[in-house]
Design a protein around this ligand. Structure first.
Ligand SMILES: [Zn+2]
Length: 451
């Protein structure tokens, strides 16, 4: 049996200086020879890699317009979405046909504030509620496309832009209107993992996955990276693509209730997955079903082993967001992290942990913004409690709106879950220390003012 393909054993022309990122001949490690799908999209942006230093504003504007122009001009994307939505309702596709011109017009009018806002996308502070307003309700697809384009991932992997956009828009429309688990949360997680990867040092750790090159002493490492890091090869870009995809789809078609509720309610998802992480399994399975639609499949040009690796990578990251796995994953991470821990920083476990941190990324926001997210989560949980009462079930802890909600349970959650999680990550990735400090600060606020 042949060894499974992994980016770190894809040596040779691609990441060994062969120049595949610049459009040279090494890209056959990723892309099937003779398939020009990728080149069609990548070629259009090959000269536009404005991660920094070049006119990033222009890249942002064109990226944002690309998302909305696609909604306007390409009904095939909507058709694909409708076909899927028949199997998984709660998708607002028809709206795309009613509003695109208005959206385009509004985007033109507000492009300067939007560009000014997006200029801060590499910083820890980033309010995706504001982004949702500035993009007229398209925070996820706009942010995802902006990141994929401006970091050079699209160019490096020669992705077909139209397919990327169709996929992202379809994913965004698969997020329901739940108070917390909606598209704005997905955008928030996407932004957070972007900053963890760049400013937090995750990409650097991935590149240095050799034990000889990974720092092994926590105390001697720099506190943070001075600048975000762009991808340096198509292998970097593939990791980044997997990371961005995992964040974007990680709560796709969320039902606004917990796995436990789905199991208790004998929901079809719980039956389908035999009660094992039904939500997370559904998020990622349904997302890849969307990707398989020919109009959306920007990975069609990848060699099969690369596509398999990408799916495995995304699936593993998304499944790790089930909080039922939290203690097991944390224990594994800590066991591999100390004291030679960092030698494992390039392993999949650290990517899972990164998405877990991003999923709880609002814990590191400014207190008022963080509190806003917690209140939305509380309302969503109260709605589940209402549903449980209506079905005659016992109301789950913190879900009875006549009692105390999660806003009252925050100190305990920080102490038992958040601080150990962010502490473990900051131990391996020193660039995460600012995030840990922010989480610690909010813990202090909750304990002094439990609200
Ligand atoms: Zn989430």
């Amino acid at each position: 049996m042949l060894p499974r393909w992994r980016p770190d054993n894809a040596v040779g022309g691609c990441c060994g200086g062969g120049g595949c990122c610049g459009g040279g001949g090494g890209g056959d490690v990723i892309v099937d020879a003779g398939d020009d799908e990728g080149a069609a999209g990548g070629g259009a942006v090959a000269s536009d890699m404005p991660f920094r230093g070049r006119g990033r504003g222009c890249g942002f504007l064109s990226a944002v317009r690309r998302v909305f122009a696609c909604c306007d001009r390409e009904p095939a994307a909507a058709d694909a979405g409708l076909a899927f939505s028949e199997r998984a309702p709660a998708v607002g596709w028809p709206q795309l046909h009613l509003l695109p011109k208005l959206r385009l017009l509004r985007l033109t009018l507000v492009s300067e504030p939007l560009l000014a806002f997006l200029a801060g996308v590499d910083q820890w502070d980033f309010d995706t509620f504001v982004l949702a307003e500035l993009t007229d309700g398209r925070p996820l697809s706009v942010l995802a496309f902006v990141l994929l384009k401006s970091t050079g991932v699209i160019a490096a992997l020669k992705l077909n832009e139209s397919k990327v956009v169709r996929f992202l828009v379809a994913i965004e429309d698969g997020y329901g209107s739940h108070p917390y688990h909606g598209r704005t949360h997905a955008a928030d997680v996407l932004h957070c993992i972007h900053v963890i990867a760049t400013r937090g040092g995750l990409l650097r750790a991935m590149r240095s996955s050799s034990p000889n090159r990974i720092p092994s002493s926590r105390s001697t490492l720099p506190v943070s990276l001075p600048e975000p890091e762009p991808p340096t090869s198509c292998i970097d870009a593939l990791h980044m693509l997997g990371m961005y995809m995992a964040a974007a789809v990680h709560d796709y078609d969320h039902r606004g209730v917990t796995n436990d509720f789905l199991v208790l309610d004998e929901d079809p998802l719980a039956l389908l997955y035999s009660g094992a992480s039904p939500l997370e399994n559904h998020h990622v399975a349904a997302a890849f079903a969307l990707l398989r639609e020919p109009a959306n499949d920007f990975t069609a040009s990848f060699r099969r082993p690369v596509r398999d690796w990408l799916r495995d990578h995304v699936v593993a990251m998304v499944l790790a967001t089930d909080m039922r796995q939290h203690l097991t994953l944390l224990a594994q991470f800590e066991a591999s992290a100390a004291p030679d821990s960092a030698a494992h920083a390039g392993a999949p476990l650290v990517w899972k942990m990164a998405l877990k941190c991003a999923d709880l990324g609002h814990l590191a926001h400014d207190y008022e913004l963080h509190r806003k997210w917690v209140c939305l989560l509380e309302e969503e949980m109260f709605r589940q409690g209402d549903l449980e009462k209506a079905r005659g079930y016992s109301v789950s802890p913190l879900m009875d709106r006549l009692g105390e909600g999660v806003t009252k349970g925050q100190p305990g959650f920080f102490k038992a879950v958040a601080l150990p999680l962010f502490g473990a990550m900051a131990g391996v990735l020193p660039g995460m220390r600012p995030m840990l400090a922010r989480v610690s600060r909010n813990y202090g606020r909750w304990t002094s003012d439990p609200g």
